[in-house]
Design a protein around this ligand. Structure first.
Ligand SMILES: Cc1cc2nc3c(=O)[nH]c(=O)nc-3n(C[C@H](O)[C@H](O)[C@H](O)COP(=O)(O)OP(=O)(O)OC[C@H]3O[C@@H](n4cnc5c(N)ncnc54)[C@H](O)[C@@H]3O)c2cc1C
Length: 389
C-alpha cells in the first residue's frame, strides 16, 4: 500500500489525510503545533465549493458542528447605502451553505475527524529536512525523529518548509494590504439572519457578521506596505484600533462602532500570496493548499481551494494508473483554477479591480467551475473523465 506523509495538519493537511484515507492509502499527518492548534485566531468563510468538498469527504457533520451558516450578503458603500443584497452560493442546501467559522476550529475539527477514522496525527512534529532516494522519501523533524513514505505532501502553509525544498527561490509576496480582524460581543450592528455585510468604505474594505450567539465577527482590509513581523508580534489591541479607526470614522457605516466595541480580540496580518508559476512538485514531494497557492484573502477562497485540492488529489491517486500520472493530472486540473484565484484576489487587494461579488448579477466564474461538481464527485473516475474531456 502507498504510504503518504502529510506535513501540516491545518485545513489542507487534515482534509488531504481524510481524502487519501478514504481512497485507501496509508496516511500519517505530521503537525508542528504541539496540540490541535484550535487557538489560531482568524475566522474565515467556507464557500459552497469548499462545503461540497467537505461533503465528499463525508465530513459535513464534523464541519457543520462548527461556526454558523451564511445565506446572504449585503453590500454597502461608505455612505451606508445598500448596493446589493444577494444570496450566497448554494444557500438552499443546508450542507452546501457558506459557513463562517474560526480557522483553528476548522483545522482541529478536521484533525479530530481524521483521528476518529484511525489516521495517525503526530503533534509537535516540525519538519526540517526532506530527503529522497529511489525507494522513498524521508521527512526529518526538529526533535531528531524521521518518517519515511512513498510520497510526501507539503500542506505546511504559506511559509512552507516543503516548498523551500522544492522551490528554494520562491518567496511569498505582499499583496498590497494589511488585514485586521476581530470579535466583539458588545457591538449591536444591524445584522439580518445568516447574513454577512460587506462595506466598500472610503479607506477600507470592511466585513462583518453576527453569530447566532450575538458575537460580531469582523475584518478590515486596508492598503499599505507590509507590517514588519516584529511590529505584528509586539502590537497591542489598543494600538491596532488606533491605526484602524481613523480609516473608518469618515464613513456612515457601523464599521467604526464595531471596532471601538472590540476589546482584546483584535489581530492583524499582511495579505500575502504565492507567485503564480511556483513549482509544486519535485520527485516524490507535492505541495497543496496555501503552501502551493496562497492567495490574498480578498476572494475568501483559500480554505475552499485547499479542500478541493484534497478531494481531487485523492481521486487522482486512486484512479490514475501510476503515481507519476496521478500527480501530473492533479496539477493539470488544479493549477488554472487556483492561480486564477491568486490573480483575481491579488488584483482586488491591490485595488486593480472591484471586489466581487457585489453586483446584482451572478458572481464571476472561475476556471473549472463547470466541471467542479463532477471532479469532486467521489464516485466519478477522474482519470477517465479527464482523458475524455
Ligand atoms: C486574514 C485572512 C482571512 C482569510 N479568510 C478566508 C476566508 O474567508 N475564506 C477562505 O476560504 N480562506 C480564507 N483565508 C485563507 C485560509 O486561511 C487559508 O487558505 C487556509 O488556512 C490554508 O490552509 P492550509 O492548511 O494550506 O495552511 P495553514 O492553515 O497555514 O496550515 C498549515 C499547517 O502546517 C503547519 N506547519 C507549518 N510548518 C510546518 C512544519 N515545518 N512542519 C509541520 N507542520 C508545519 C502549521 O502549524 C499549520 O497547522 C484567509 C486567510 C487570512 C490570512
Amino acid at each position: 500500500m502507498v504510504r503518504v506523509l502529510v506535513i501540516g495538519g491545518g485545513i489542507a493537511g487534515a482534509a488531504t489525510a481524510l481524502a487519501l484515507h478514504k481512497a485507501g492509502l496509508d496516511v500519517a499527518v505530521y503537525e508542528a503545533h504541539p496540540d490541535s492548534a484550535e487557538d489560531l485566531g482568524a475566522f474565515l468563510t467556507l464557500a459552497s465549493n469548499g462545503m461540497r468538498a467537505v461533503a465528499e469527504l463525508d465530513a459535513s457533520a464534523a464541519v457543520t458542528a462548527l461556526g454558523f451558516p451564511l445565506t446572504s450578503m449585503r453590500v454597502l458603500d461608505g455612505a451606508g447605502t445598500e448596493l446589493a443584497l444577494v444570496p450566497l452560493g448554494e444557500a438552499a442546501d443546508p450542507l452546501l451553505r457558506y459557513r463562517c467559522l474560526r480557522r483553528g476550529d476548522l483545522g482541529s475539527g478536521l484533525q479530530s475527524e481524521a483521528v476518529r477514522r484511525g489516521i495517525s496525527v503526530h503533534h509537535g512534529a516540525r519538519l526540517t529536512t526532506v530527503q529522497e532516494d529511489t525507494h522513498g522519501i524521508t521527512a526529518g523533524f526538529a526533535d531528531g525523529s524521521t518518517a519515511t513514505g512513498h510520497l510526501l505532501i507539503g500542506a505546511d502553509g504559506l511559509n512552507s518548509r516543503v516548498r523551500e525544498a522544492i522551490a528554494p527561490a520562491v518567496r511569498p509576496l505582499h499583496a498590497g494590504q494589511r488585514v485586521f480582524y476581530g470579535y466583539t460581543d458588545t457591538a449591536t450592528p444591524p445584522a439580518g439572519d445568516a447574513r454577512i455585510t460587506m462595506i466598500r468604505g472610503s479607506a477600507a474594505a470592511f466585513g462583518y457578521t453576527v453569530s447566532p450567539g450575538g458575537e460580531t465577527y469582523w475584518f478590515a482590509r486596508v492598503s499599505g506596505e507590509p507590517l514588519p513581523a516584529d511590529e505584528i508580534a509586539s502590537g497591542t489591541p489598543a494600538g491596532w484600533r488606533e491605526l484602524l479607526l481613523p480609516l473608518l470614522r469618515d464613513d456612515a457605516t457601523p464599521a467604526a462602532d464595531i471596532v471601538t466595541a472590540t476589546a482584546d480580540d483584535v489581530l492583524v496580518t499582511n495579505a500575502t500570496e504565492i507567485p503564480t508559476g511556483t513549482p509544486w512538485r519535485s520527485g516524490r514531494a507535492l505541495l497543496v493548499g496555501d503552501a502551493a497557492h496562497a492567495a490574498s484573502p480578498a476572494t475568501g477562497q483559500g480554505a475552499s481551494m485547499a479542500l478541493e485540492d484534497a478531494v481531487i488529489l485523492a481521486k487522482c491517486l486512486r484512479d490514475a494508473p501510476d503515481t507519476d500520472s496521478a500527480l501530473s493530472l492533479y496539477e493539470e486540473l488544479r493549477r488554472p483554477r487556483v492561480e486564477h484565484n491568486i490573480t483575481v484576489s491579488g488584483n482586488i487587494s491591490r485595488g486593480a479591480s472591484a471586489p466581487s461579488p457585489a453586483r446584482r448579477d451572478a458572481p464571476p466564474s472561475r476556471p473549472g467551475d463547470d466541471e467542479l461538481v463532477r471532479l469532486l464527485d467521489w464516485k466519478s473516475d477522474v482519470w477517465a473523465t479527464a482523458r475524455f474531456r
